[in-house]
Design a protein around this ligand. Sequence first.
Ligand SMILES: NC(=O)c1ccc[n+]([C@@H]2O[C@H](COP(=O)([O-])OP(=O)(O)OC[C@H]3O[C@@H](n4cnc5c(N)ncnc54)[C@H](OP(=O)(O)O)[C@@H]3O)[C@@H](O)[C@H]2O)c1
Length: 286
Amino acid sequence: MVGWLVRSKAATWLASPHGRVTESALRNAVAGKTVLVTGASFGLGEATARRLGAAGAKVLLVARTRDKLDAVAAAITAAGGHAEAYPVDLTNTADVDDLVKTVLDKHGHVDVLVSNAGKSIRRSIARSYDRFHDFERTMGINYFGPVKLMLGLLPSMRERKQGHIVNVSTVGVRVPPGPRWAAYQASKGAFDIFFRSAAFELAADNVSTTSVYMALIRTRMSAPTRIFEYVPGMTAEEAAELVCAAIVHKPSKISPWWAGAVEAVDAVTRVPWQWTVGQVYRAGRR
Ligand SMILES: NC(=O)c1ccc[n+]([C@@H]2O[C@H](COP(=O)([O-])OP(=O)(O)OC[C@H]3O[C@@H](n4cnc5c(N)ncnc54)[C@H](OP(=O)(O)O)[C@@H]3O)[C@@H](O)[C@H]2O)c1
């Protein structure tokens, strides 16, 4: 019963209020355009790449898993689209330099960058005392990697006075993050702040930005967290609709409708809320 409820249309609406983007609107926005999608080998990035490929974009697929990228590219191509696989570890700055050079040499520019690659870690502070590398790894892929890629692609976008960048963020950076997510949420928050600050400078050169604050998406990232089975969530394809809406409509942000209300409530109830949640996660339940 609970499972049926959290997978119902109403639950999807709770996770995301935005409807479908029509095929024609997406095609008008991306046909013939060069769109680079990071994290295109699995989950939301794969679903987004497939949708963009079907709408006529030249999709550049970036992630580490070469076989999976090749398979996604082959599926897009077989369906009549255009896709190219770029196996790259975005935490390696030299590899990001090479990626930028290769892409710009071949395509001249990127019209749309979907910064989606990411990694989550769910671990309590008590279990992280000897795991500083968790914090380095999440910052590497969720902050430094996307910053490095943006720095590489921005000069050509700004020179052309044309470009759009979508940051796939999490609603957790807007609402109280909850215990065990410190490494992940801090790294996503770092890029969110970088991105929103950069947006002011980029707007002057007609480079637009959209932060998409995703609620739960049922992917391999969220699968290990058992409690998420009881939380309303989206499929990767439903979440890809939001990325496509970002590309078509170019709003500054897309967010679940309830995020603003939760932020406001958090402002006045943070201390009692932290105390309550803290009781649940007391020693012995870490
Ligand atoms: N799932 C959720 O509930 C949820 C909620 C809010 C926000 N998000 C955000 O949504 C985005 C997509 O997540 P997802 O749920 O689709 O997860 P996913 O299925 O695990 O996909 C993550 C993608 O990132 C790529 N990636 C990871 N490390 C990389 C690296 N060092 N270099 C290059 N690519 C790398 C992965 O490919 P390889 O392993 O092949 O490199 C994969 O394609 C993330 O930014 C995540 O923070 C997810």
